[in-house]
Design a protein around this ligand. Sequence first.
Ligand code: PMP
Length: 317
Amino acid sequence: MLVKEAPYIWHNGDVIRWQDAKVHVLSHALHYGTSVFEGIRAYHTPKGPAIFRLSDHMKRFFESAKVYRFNVPFSQQELEKACIDMVDQNELKSAYIRPVAFLGYGHVGLLPPMDLELDVSVIAFEWGSYLGESTLEHGVDVCVSSWNRIAPNTVPAMAKAGGNYLPSRLICMDAKRNGYHEAIALDTQGFVSEGPGENIFLIRDGVIYTPPLHHSVLAGITRDSVIKMANKYGYEVQEKTIPREMLYLADELFFTGTAAEVVPIRSVDKLEIGDGKPGPITKQIQRGFFGLFTGETEDEWGWLEHTPRHEDSLLLI
Ligand code: PMP
């Protein structure tokens, strides 16, 4: 899917035109994956655009940078404002927001000086549902990938860094090449981990399970939201090691993620999950999640950040 361009991008503190947001081909991150980033959604709500869990995403952004001892030359507050401004100034009703901090041009060695400041951009653009609009209703067919997730103490799974996504490419290709929408990856021990860009939930006998973080799982913000909402609905949610075969024996399965949102899984390795249709608990959680943006679900957690619209003119350089 081609990106839908917006007029402006926030780059190192300035607002510049989309087509002017360019980097040098010798940028460090391009060669070594030395970047950290976030994926955040803004939804159209009756009260105007609202960014979902902005401060939680930006907290994770700074935590990812901390693991790599990256020097981000802006505060969390400044970057949150940049996210709000990009939705606002690009006049987006809904958006996918991509803050990225990366080692830029100037050093070619693996370890540039530790105090070197990262370049930081915030890009916001319109983006529909990641796995396809109809999959939200009908679910996806997935396989278990022949590629594993990153091993513990190699590439840290809790840091959302550019380099983490090379295995995700292999996992996605595995799925697409074999005619599936998406794949589930196991960790290096053979236990269920997550999708290439989604966390996974499994329901069996009314209990909701999801793999704990030590199975090479990103601490997903949607994952956390679903756990909190499921608890509110009275479900028991357990973070538990999940063996591969439990996927096939699940009553219901679904993916969560900012891009993917809440997507039912209707089959794994061509075995139907339940009766092959999105199950009642999945549907309840999905309805509750999307209800946050229509106003049907009360935002009792304060997850929605409404974007103010500034009347003052754009700051253009
Ligand atoms: N796992 C991976 C590997 C991801 O890239 C993502 C997307 N950020 C997720 C899980 C879901 O996380 P979140 O709900 O915070 O988007």
